[in-house]
Design a protein around this ligand. Structure first.
Ligand SMILES: [Zn+2]
Ligand SMILES: [Zn+2]
Length: 359
């Protein structure tokens, strides 16, 4: 049968997808749009495995549209650039993070806060205005509007740098916005996973004193010796928590399970700020007394806009910051997801796409 014009405008793609809420991934053939005038086509080399990927695979948030190819920590090399593309050329090392589109005209887009655009288009589990579906980075290639493509600095490793595109910007953006970057101030990082371990490294680069607050006592030596934290608090040890009351200027709370905020708020000094980044599936209880009596602030933050994401990549390159990763083959992804569900990863899985994804 003759191909339609529309079929001719497609590029063949191959990845791993889940087709139902079991979340099990398996090989999947699909297509991407042909490279348009504003587009960059990437050959994908590496893709980080974010906790959101797991939630979407399992339909934990109730809005998964199967089949789903996850992945929004994508690093690769540009193989095609459209005629209007000015920022990139073929052969550049490039990245794609959590979003691939937005309206470009609203107040948020005009302020480089595309991540808060009401018409933001996520990298996967989303549709474009023309109705076509977006698939993520557990695949061989992707086509993205140049506005949502990042230049990967030369000295940033492609594999360990990939998680910066979600985990990195998600901790960097609130630190900048809420003014949590003053050298010498004391930051608590609650939860030592994908986000938390990058938060420790970025905070140390800003010159902060960093205390990791974790439910797991076994992470102490790792937090201090490997990641460079200054001290460690076990959240289940009331005596240790008590000794640290009123000692912190800021807290980044990366815990995604439902948890009490009161012990964390008690660690803050007067005027202290706590930013929550996890997305617990139940509302957290907000104790107002300690907020009022200590003029404390509780805020939230999503990932970040394109300009700030580029700035974060350059900051990380300058300070030699990357994620601590376990590099896996694509055919190890289902086992990796089982381990991720148990938080059994140090600290991010990254898929070696180019060397393991074969048809
Ligand atoms: Zn993510
Ligand atoms: Zn917008």
């Amino acid at each position: 049968m003759a191909k339609t014009v529309e079929e001719d405008k497609q590029q063949k793609a191959f990845g791993w997808a889940a087709t139902d809420p079991s979340g099990t991934l398996s090989p999947f053939y699909f297509s991407r749009r042909e490279n348009g005038d504003e587009d960059v086509t990437l050959k994908i080399l590496y893709c980080g495995v974010c906790h959101s990927d797991l939630h979407i695979l399992k339909n934990d948030w109730g809005f998964t549209s199967y089949p789903i190819v996850p992945g929004h920590e994508i690093v690769g090399v540009a193989t095609k650039v459209g005629k209007n593309v000015t920022k990139f050329k073929v052969g550049d090392r490039v990245g794609v993070g959590v979003l691939v589109g937005s309206c470009k005209t609203c107040e948020c887009c005009q302020q480089d806060l595309e991540n808060y655009c009401p018409r933001l288009i996520f990298t996967y589990n989303s549709h474009n205005p023309d109705g076509t579906k977006n698939y993520g980075g557990y695949s061989d290639m992707i086509v993205v509007d140049q506005r949502y493509v990042l230049l990967f600095p030369d000295n940033l490793p492609l594999d360990a740098g990939a998680p910066l595109l979600c985990a990195g910007i998600t901790v960097y953006s609130p630190m900048k916005y809420y003014g949590m970057t003053e050298a010498g101030k004391h930051l608590g990082v609650a939860g030592l996973g994908g986000l938390g371990h990058v938060a420790v490294k970025i905070a140390k680069a800003f010159g902060l004193k960093v205390t990791v607050i974790s439910s797991s006592a076994q992470k102490e030596s790792e937090a201090i010796d490997r990641l460079g934290a200054d001290s460690f608090l076990v959240s289940s040890d009331p005596a240790k928590i008590k000794s640290a009351i009123g000692s912190m200027d800021y807290i980044i709370d990366t815990v995604s399970a439902a948890h009490p905020l009161l012990p964390l708020l008690s660690l803050l000094k007067v005027n202290g700020k706590l930013v929550t980044l996890g997305l617990p599936n139940k509302p957290l209880e907000l104790p107002v007394f300690p907020l009022v009596s200590g003029r404390k602030l509780v805020g939230g933050s999503d990932f970040g806009g394109m300009k700030e994401t580029q700035e974060m990549l350059e900051f990380c390159a300058k300070h030699n910051i990357a994620a601590d990763i376990e590099l896996i083959r694509i055919d190890e992804i289902n086992t990796a997801m089982e381990r991720l569900a148990k938080s059994d990863v140090r600290y991010r899985f990254v898929i070696d796409v180019a060397n393991s994804l074969s048809q």
